[in-house]
Design a protein around this ligand. Structure first.
Ligand code: CA2
Length: 148
């Protein structure tokens, strides 16, 4: 049995669908989970989908993914712009990581232009809203099949 793709979501993404739909779209986090599960199933994979508001929990899950995931999709939300701990955790793993954002941080405030995740990730998908999570599943499946 292949290992699952971990889809890890950071702070405040539990609020999706309740506010700021012009930035983040109308999908709830549950809707994103359903999209990921359907796309992964169509490609013969499974998903472990999680969200936390705690930086250390994201680090723990990335450590877990070193042995328990075939690939990781990471939307670290605001921690993307601040967390050296998340950068170090990604650098410590061979499991491929796809950075994913609903919005395009490069087109927003200057403080969102720096990502601590990007230099450690295999690639970045941003600005495509909920569809980006499906694109990230495709990228993760591709990476998982080429980085064994
Ligand atoms: O575009 C993304 O996916 C972000 O990772 C979202 C983060 C933001 O800090 C990043 O710069 C870009 C914010 C997530 C907060 O989500 C909310 C959803 C609904 C209402 C309020 C916040």
């Amino acid at each position: 049995m292949a290992k699952p793709i971990f889809v890890l979501n950071g702070p405040n993404l539990n609020l999706l669908g309740t506010r700021e739909p012009h930035i983040y779209g109308a999908d709830s986090l549950s809707d994103l989970q359903a999209r990921c599960e359907a796309k992964a199933a169509a490609l013969g994979h499974t998903v472990v989908f999680r969200q936390t508001n705690k930086e250390g929990e994201l680090v723990d899950w990335l450590n877990e993914a070193r042995t328990e995931a075939c690939a990781v999709i990471l939307n670290a939300a605001a921690y993307s712009h601040t967390s050296i701990a998340i950068y170090d955790a990604i650098k410590a793993m061979a499991t491929p990581v796809v950075e994913c954002h609903l919005s395009n941080p490069q087109a927003r405030e200057a403080f969102r232009h720096v990502s601590m995740v990007s230099p450690a990730a295999k690639g970045v998908i941003s600005g495509f809203g909920a569809k980006g999570y499906e694109l990230a599943i495709e990228a993760a499946v591709h990476l998982a099949s080429t980085s064994v």
